[in-house]
Ligand binder design. Structure first.
Ligand SMILES: Cc1cc2nc3c(=O)[nH]c(=O)nc-3n(C[C@H](O)[C@H](O)[C@H](O)COP(=O)(O)OP(=O)(O)OC[C@H]3O[C@@H](n4cnc5c(N)ncnc54)[C@H](O)[C@@H]3O)c2cc1C
Length: 300
């Protein structure tokens, strides 16, 4: 990466501990961690890394990621609060992809806008929410999506509007390796009555989340997607797997689809083993193959 410092002057860390970048707080080290400060830096960085054939992975808050113990060979690009701008343009909230989704949910109510109440207290930032088509309590990002901007894996400018980006259950049609730096959501102005209803809904969701989240434990939320017409948590519970433990990690007692880190000895291998064991047991007892929602990256 000879030319890197010539084209990229933002923060970079060699041998960065990945455990500091995810809600699981597990995993080895990344060869490089870049934390760009603006949209342009991301593009220049991607062009340079692509020229050098360096594997690249983008992350946001790391609330849906398990990094393996062997770390990540290549470059992690962290879309962080460095890119957390918010500008209102008519009905649109034009946001840096590093803005936490829950921050926008709160600030939009303050600006008399509605449409994001379902995202109260949701972990993760807008780039991650878009990539995952995050959703909860009957809402999802697809419904208010207006457009996004960023870069292709090779560092060419990328813009996608509502008609171009396709959404599925916890996935989108973003090109492989694309990095989103700006997300626009349509959040219309509300009258007094609908604003009051939206505030009530926001409070209800926030309380639900606080009650539901197993303490302040280290988890990545739902581990598996819900199979058609079923709930992954219900299946796991019905197999008697709540509390199942591998090393320093276990299936949550409160929400069976949450895996949590409970012991200081926990490793990413423990977590991957637990996830595989739970899926295997559900398949054996219920005949249903669970599909993972949590992303797993890196070397064993
Ligand atoms: C306690 C808890 C509860 C949760 N509840 C929910 C829930 O109710 N509903 C729900 O949908 N999710 C839930 N999640 C999962 C998670 O919060 C969401 O998926 C979130 O939107 C991920 O955002 P992030 O910034 O943390 O993304 P990360 O975990 O950092 O990344 C997730 C994926 O998105 C990609 N990505 C990240 N940023 C970008 C970017 N800028 N451009 C392109 N790709 C990018 C990454 O490469 C990765 O593949 C929960 C997680 C936790 C810990």
């Amino acid at each position: 990466m000879r030319d890197l410092r010539r084209v990229y002057r933002g923060p970079v860390c060699e041998g960065a501990p990945l455990s500091e970048l995810t809600s699981f707080q597990l995993g080895g080290r990344a060869d490089w961690l870049f934390t760009p400060e603006n949209h342009e830096q991301v593009g220049r960085l991607l062009t340079c890394l692509d020229d050098e054939d360096v594997p690249v992975l983008v992350i946001g808050e790391g609330s849906n990621i398990l990094f393996r113990d062997g770390g990540f060979r290549g470059a992690i690009i962290h879309i962080s609060r460095n890119l957390d701008s918010l500008e209102w343009r008519g009905e649109l909230a034009v946001c840096g992809a590093g803005l936490p989704t829950r921050t926008l949910a709160g600030r939009s109510l303050g600006a008399r806008r509605t449409g994001l109440e379902w995202a109260a207290c949701l972990p993760g930032n807008l780039g991650g929410a878009l990539h995952m088509n995050a959703g909860a309590y009957g809402g999802r990002i697809a419904e208010c999506f207006a457009g996004c901007r960023g870069w292709t894996a090779a560092g060419s400018p990328l813009e996608m509007g509502r008609d171009e980006l396709k959404f599925g259950y916890r996935r989108t049609s973003l090109p492989q390796g694309a990095i989103i730096t700006e997300v626009s959501l349509r959040l219309p102005q509300a009258g007094d009555e609908s604003l009051a209803a939206a505030r009530d809904r926001y409070k209800w969701v926030a309380e639900k989340r606080r009650a539901f989240r197993p303490g302040r434990l280290r988890t990545a939320g739902s581990t598996f997607k819900n199979p058609e017409g079923e709930h992954a948590g219900r299946l796991i519970d019905s197999c008697g797997l709540k509390g199942m433990r591998v090393g320093g990690v276990r299936v949550s007692d409160i929400h069976a689809n949450f895996m949590e880190v409970v012991g200081p000895e926990a490793t990413a291998t423990d977590m991957e083993t637990l996830i595989a064991a739970v899926a295997g047991e559900v398949k054996r007892q219920c005949g249903i193959s669970l599909e993972r929602e949590v992303k797993i990256y890196g070397e064993k």
